[in-house]
Ligand binder design. Structure first.
Ligand SMILES: [Cu+2]
Length: 399
């Protein structure tokens, strides 16, 4: 149920490596060695001058970007059905936050939930005390309490944030977080953020109910051979070769694109021939999505915010927590943007429209889904970009 659990090899490791980068870049543990005695690492506290020096070195713009985040119970409309959930504001996902590399993010968390919470900045290499992990980097923020996150956004890319407490992420508590690159090498006419999610909150109980049911051990098993089979909140026999077999355990009644189910799809509009950058975020709790835009190939430019050698794809396989950026040159007409819940035989759906013609059917499965399917491990990182070399140099200098 956690975005940090992954069925795809490499993802969990990357998450761990990402945390390591934050630690290494920002805090640089000092080891004091005695006279042949065992080495004792001395911890660096958040108010250490070296942390401040690193933040200052990263702060390229001198600008502050202020935002207030108020997680609270709310109701959202899913294709005519009102469901109770928790969200940042009144929409799912919460309103996108967009900054420039080098901005100082000042995010005030006002906890209006009936439970403690934190904010975890998924994918960002940031000072450790702002990483939002309760019991490790901060105390949980109690109901009615506030906490101010303050850090320099040092790595450009497509990221997102969410609570790091219990199953809160599996409600509506997630927000795309884009760090723009002042030296952006790509050119494009439009930019869309596409957040994918698997959804049950308020439809089939709450994520906590489902977690309790899973803990009782409803059991794994293979279905009857005709695809996955639902048993309560448990989905049996969801398999995918792309995922090394297991494609998840949770039955979701809905799959969403930008908070909208297939029955009430979002329509992205642009001019025919437009070059669009699409930033995909998989905010799902237990679903890898195979994503395709009918009638189009995509050029993959980034995964998890970082540039890769460009690769052509008909479809992308996006694991939980992962992001992919692609460029697409749009044809003339109306096209389905489909996210197949891998191994679960259900789809999330949106429409891309550049011209006339009837909208595609919500249950369409474009042939691109079975074309060239690209996963993160197929891709090669670009050479380290300039901002990263600068960060490394300044960290070294500050010690
Ligand atoms: Cu996360």
């Amino acid at each position: 149920m956690s975005a940090h659990r992954s069925r795809m090899p490499g993802i969990t490791r990357r998450t761990v490596v990402g945390g390591g980068v934050a630690l290494g870049g920002a805090v640089l543990l000092g080891a004091c060695s005695g006279q042949g005695e065992p080495t004792t690492a001395s911890l660096v506290s958040p108010d250490d001058p070296r942390v401040q020096a690193t933040e200052e070195a990263r702060s390229a713009t001198g600008r502050e970007h202020r935002v207030t985040l108020t997680p609270a119970p709310t109701e959202v409309d899913l294709a005519g059905t009102t469901v109770a959930t928790w969200a940042y504001g009144s929409s799912i996902p919460g309103e996108e936050v967009r900054v420039r590399r080098g901005d100082t993010v000042v995010a005030e968390l006002v906890n209006d939930l009936p439970a403690p919470t934190t904010v975890h900045w998924h994918g960002l290499a940031l000072r450790n005390d702002m990483d939002g992990v309760p019991g490790l980097t901060q105390d949980p923020v109690a109901p009615g309490e506030r906490f101010t996150y303050r850090f320099v956004a040092a790595n450009p890319g497509t990221h997102w944030f969410h609570p790091h407490v219990g199953t809160q992420l599996d409600r509506g508590l997630y927000v795309p977080f884009v760090v723009e690159d002042p030296d952006e090498p790509l050119s494009y006419d439009e930019e869309w953020v596409v957040a994918l999610d698997d959804w049950l909150d308020g439809v089939d109980g709450t994520p906590d109910d489902v977690l309790a049911e899973l803990r009782q051990g409803m059991g794994h098993g293979s279905g009857d051979g005709d695809g996955p089979m639902r048993m309560g909140a448990t989905l049996m026999g969801a398999t995918s070769d792309h995922l090394g077999g297991d494609a998840g355990d949770v039955y979701y009644p809905e799959y969403l694109v930008n908070g909208r189910p297939a029955g009430d799809p979002h329509t992205f509009e642009a001019a025919p021939g437009a070059r669009v950058r699409i930033r995909f975020v998989n905010a799902g709790g237990d679903t890898a999505f195979r994503v395709a835009l009918g009638g189009h190939a995509m050029t993959v430019t980034h995964t998890d915010g970082y540039p890769v050698e460009h690769a052509e794809a008909d479809a992308l396989l996006i694991g939980m927590g992962e992001r992919f950026d692609v460029l697409v040159t749009l044809e003339d007409g109306a096209f389905p943007l489909v996210a197949l819940a891998e191994g679960k035989d259900r789809t999330a759906f949106a429409v891309v429209r550049t011209g006339g013609g009837s909208a595609p059917e919500a249950d369409v499965r474009p042939e691109e889904l079975d074309g060239r399917v690209v996963v993160a491990t197929d891709l090669t990182a670009e050479e380290a970009p300039a901002w990263r070399r600068e960060t490394r140099t300044s960290s070294t200098r500050s010690t």
